[in-house]
Design a protein around this ligand. Structure first.
Ligand code: NAI
Length: 246
């Protein structure tokens, strides 16, 4: 279904990004696995894709760094001549109550989650527009829709991703480029593993389906938005959250 397509997934060394990279590869895409620092883990993602008989390569880039994103875009076009699917997944949390939140923690989260997504879209936009085709899928969060105590920085960044998604969707709509967001709820990854048992029990109570999701659940939604079946869908936010944001 995605045979012949070139896909780039940011922050694909582990968690949801890795699951997305594997899912897109499973569907036939050649996957560029981006990572910031963890080359060894990212290489494992590449190896797993190759074991499936698909093509993959590694590209290092800190998405918070505008110049690195520009170079990444140039390198992708130099090697592959095009990009069909861009998944902006890289993200971090620096949780804390607003009264004690440092400006550094606020800025870091905004720089990676929101500006990183902006940098990537901006530097790939000229290629997408020239191709007159493409899919951009941004990973937001239910925290960006509902807000979350202790996550003012993260929620602001993820709400920003939704605004960015809708605006770019409008800009690109006549050029055959679809831009959507996926908003996961609580997904079992390293990002959520640090939570204490008591907090986890509380979380499960907030989820109508009563359990956390799996990275694969998010990956399957992304693969749908990247595929032909979603060619008339743009500017949407698809929640993958067991009903949290109903
Ligand atoms: P994770 O912490 O396991 O993975 C995040 C990935 O992003 C890592 O591979 C990390 O190296 C990479 N990354 C961090 N900063 C980067 C940078 N500056 N440049 C490039 N890569 C960078 O987290 P997880 O859970 O897999 O999250 C993936 C995305 O899903 C994030 O955007 C997160 O905000 C979002 N999300 C996760 C939820 C969850 O419950 N796990 C819920 C809602 C959204």
């Amino acid at each position: 279904m995605l045979e012949g397509k070139i896909a780039l997934v940011t922050g694909a060394s582990r968690g949801i990004g890795k699951a997305i990279a594997l899912e897109l590869a499973e569907k036939g895409a050649t996957v560029i696995v981006n990572y910031a620092g963890s080359e060894q883990l990212a290489q494992e993602t590449v190896n797993e894709i190759k074991e499936k008989g698909r093509e993959a390569c590694l590209m290092q880039c800190n998405v918070a760094d505008d110049e690195s994103c520009k170079q990444l875009a140039e390198e992708v076009i130099r090697q592959y001549g095009r990009l069909d699917i861009l998944v902006n997944n890289a993200g971090i949390t620096r949780d804390g109550l607003i009264m004690r939140m440092s400006e550094e923690d606020f800025d870091q989260v905004l720089d990676i989650n929101l500006k990183g997504t902006f940098h990537m879209i901006r530097h790939f936009s000229k290629y997408f527009l020239k191709q007159r085709s493409g899919r951009i899928i941004n990973i937001s969060s239910v925290s960006g829709i509902l807000g979350n105590a202790g996550q003012a920085n993260y929620s602001a960044s993820k709400a920003g991703v939704i605004g960015l998604t809708k605006s770019v969707a409008r800009e690109f709509a006549t050029r055959g480029i679809c831009v959507n967001a996926v908003a996961p709820g609580f997904i079992d990854t390293d990002m959520t593993k640090g939570m204490p048992e008591s907090a986890l029990a509380e979380v499960n109570k907030m989820i109508p389906m009563g359990k956390m999701g799996d990275a694969k659940d998010v990956a399957k939604a992304v693969a749908f938005l990247a595929g032909e079946d979603a060619s008339y869908i743009t500017g949407q936010v698809l929640c993958v959250d067991g009903g949290m944001a109903i």
